[in-house]
Every structure is written in C-alpha cells, then in structure tokens.
Ligand binder design. Structure first.
Ligand SMILES: C[S@@+](CC[C@H](N)C(=O)[O-])C[C@H]1O[C@@H](n2cnc3c(N)ncnc32)[C@H](O)[C@@H]1O
Ligand SMILES: Nc1nc2[nH]cc(C(=O)O)c2c(=O)[nH]1
Ligand code: SF4
Ligand SMILES: [Mg+2]
Length: 245
C-alpha cells in the first residue's frame, strides 16, 4: 500500500489585486486564492458557494505552480501578498505547503483565513494566520480541544504571526467572543460585525455601519474587552456583496 500524495489544490476562484478588508492586515494590497470545500456549514456564510454545491462545476484542481502562474498572469508584479481563504484551506495538506514555499521564493507573503477546526504543519510557515472560530449564531459548535491544540502549537512555535477574528451578530456571539478572548488572552483579537444579508444587491454600507456602531458600543462599556479591536469588513463597505473583491 503506497502513500497517496495529493499534489493539487481545489481552487474555486482567484482574484485581485484587491485590498484586504478584514483583521490584522486590513488595508493591505493582496491577491486572493479561494479553495473549495469546508468542514463547516455556517448559517450566514458569505462564501457558501465554496461548499453548497452551487459552483461545483467551477472547481479546478491546480498544482501550486499553476496557481502561481495564474496569479502572475492576473497581476504581474503588482502584489506581494497572497491571501488563501475558502472554504477551509486547512483541509489541504502538503500541496499548500509547497505553494507557500513558492510564494516565499518570490518574496511574496502568505496570509491564511481558517476557522480553527484543523491543524496543518504548513501553518508554521504562514506569515499572517487568521483563526476565526465560529460563534453560536453560525450554528456550528467549537471543538475547544482542537482549538486549544492549534493555539498551543502556534504559541510554542512562535513563527506565524497569528490572530483571532470573531464575527459577532448578537449578544450571544459577543459573549462567545469574550470567552475566546479569556481563553487566549495573549493573542490579538479582532471583532467583526456580521453581514446579515449576503445576497442583498446594491449599497449595504449604511446597514453594515449600523452593526459596526452597535459592536463599538458593546466594547466601549466593557472592561473585559479593553484590548479587542473592532473592525468592519472594509471591502463590503466599498464593494458591498460583490463577489471577487
Ligand atoms: C468565508 S470565510 C473562509 C475562511 C474560513 N472558512 C473561516 O471561516 O475563517 C472568511 C471570513 O469571512 C467571515 N464571514 C463569513 N460570512 C460572514 C458574514 N455573513 N458576515 C461577516 N463575516 C463573515 C468568516 O467568519 C471568516 O472570518
Ligand atoms: N477584500 C477582501 N478581504 C477579505 N478578507 C477576508 C476575506 C475572505 O473571504 O476570506 C476577504 C474577501 O473576500 N475580500
Ligand atoms: S467556516 Fe468559513 S467558509 Fe466554512 S461555512 Fe463557515 S464562514 Fe463559510
Ligand atoms: Mg469574504
């Protein structure tokens, strides 16, 4: 019985350059690679096409070299950061590690968006690692043992700059974010208001800013959140629910 090495990555979309709209590196110019498949099914997922089957025919199995070539043909030298999101990119093993090495060989930084349900060895090589555990409104249940394991390994190896990002839709989610903060007090925590309608067309910025103000007001009166940072989804303020931005 041989070991099967999976050398390809399921890619649902690549786009950019755009501006990173969330979390620790908000405002940075970046390309996006979005992988297909997720082990979660968040009720409010803004990228459900990565797992609900609606875009299955658009998935391409690509080698790290093919992804690199496509990024270069999309943007030339007009970027030095690639954000890998999904879906859950942590479902992908060695091939992702190879891809990240290729980025580094070209002096390009790798940022990852994942929910903290799976560990991969290549997390150690990521430049900007965002772990986004899911609050109750998502309908998902956090496996704290797994999350503790991931946070512990990141802490021990001390290599990847990592942060936590919790999406908050309501009071219950806010309490969850506080529990996350208490559990991992040394890790930078970003709070992001939820987008309650990811299909609405047109300008949603006023609705999103209303939710941002609500979240500001939660944090402002809360002495247990003195270090949390509250940020909008900047890209959604500018480009609304448009895909590929
Ligand atoms: C689409 S997910 C993909 C990466 C990974 N599966 C995760 O959830 O972290 C990227 C980010 O978008 C956030 N997100 C998804 N739907 C959202 C919504 N309706 N409002 C605000 N943030 C949302 C997620 O919480 C996550 O931080
Ligand atoms: N501009 C922009 N910033 C983002 N930050 C995280 C995103 C994601 O979908 O993971 C995202 C996205 O889709 N677009
Ligand atoms: S974990 Fe991320 S990609 Fe998966 S369903 Fe939730 S928000 Fe969507
Ligand atoms: Mg997004």
């Amino acid at each position: 019985m041989g070991v099967v090495t999976v050398s390809k990555i399921p890619v649902i979309e690549m786009f950019g350059p755009t501006i990173q709209g969330e979390g620790a590196v908000i405002g940075v110019k970046t390309m996006f690679v979005r992988t297909y498949g997720c082990d979660y099914r968040c009720s409010w997922c803004d990228s459900a096409f990565t797992w609900d089957g609606s875009a299955k025919d658009k998935v391409r199995m690509l080698t790290p070299e093919e992804i690199m070539a496509e990024l270069l043909s999309l943007a030339g030298n007009n970027f030095d950061c690639v954000t890998i999101s999904g879906g859950n990119p942590a479902l992908i093993g060695e091939a992702m590690g190879t891809f990240i090495m290729g980025l580094h060989e070209r002096g390009i930084q790798a940022a990852i968006e994942t929910q903290g349900s799976r560990w991969q060895e290549w997390f150690n090589d990521v430049d900007v690692l965002t772990i986004s555990p899911k609050p109750p409104s998502s309908g998902m249940k956090t496996d704290w043992e797994i999350l503790d394991g991931i946070m512990g390994k990141l802490h021990d190896k001390g290599k990847a700059a990592h942060s936590l990002k919790v999406v908050v839709f309501n009071e219950g989610d806010y309490e969850y974010a506080k529990a996350v903060h208490k559990r991992y007090p040394e890790v930078p925590l970003f709070l992001q208001p939820g987008n309650e309608d990811v299909t609405e067309e047109g300008d949603i910025s006023v609705r999103l800013l209303g939710r941002l103000e609500w979240l500001f007001n939660q944090v402002i009166v809360d002495p247990e959140m003195n270090r949390a940072r509250v940020l909008p989804q900047l890209h959604a303020l500018i480009w609304h629910n448009k895909r590929g931005k």
